[in-house]
Design a protein around this ligand. Structure first.
Ligand SMILES: [Mg+2]
Length: 106
């Protein structure tokens, strides 16, 4: 199989979601309607893989699993047509106006 590359640097978050989603579609992961709960748990699985890599101090694999986590999350955003830039802006502004430690003791 011929190898191809994807340009990532300089892309917006929404563009990255589209790229990750289109790759997942091209690999057959969206042929049937996605189960959202399963998609979310697959993101957690990638984070668990990152945790294991951290535990055994495999720094290269840690970075790869963090990337996997983002890729799966962005694929989901792309597939669900979530404008993640708008959502992050809304939530970051909400967080910015919350009290120190969001008003919690610890
Ligand atoms: Mg992985």
């Amino acid at each position: 199989m011929e190898s191809t590359t994807v340009e990532i640097k300089g892309k917006s978050l929404n563009e990255l979601c589209e790229i990750c989603h289109s790759i997942a579609v091209s690999k057959g992961f969206w042929e049937k309607e996605r189960n959202t709960g399963e998609a979310l748990m697959l993101i957690v699985t990638e984070l668990a893989e990152a945790m294991e890599a951290h535990r055994i101090q495999d720094h290269e694999n840690f970075r790869e699993e963090i990337a996997d986590s983002f890729i799966r999350l962005m694929d989901l955003c792309g597939g669900m047509k979530i404008d993640i830039e708008a959502e992050i802006e809304k939530k970051a502004n909400k967080n910015k106006n919350r009290p120190y430690k969001h008003g919690k003791i610890c």
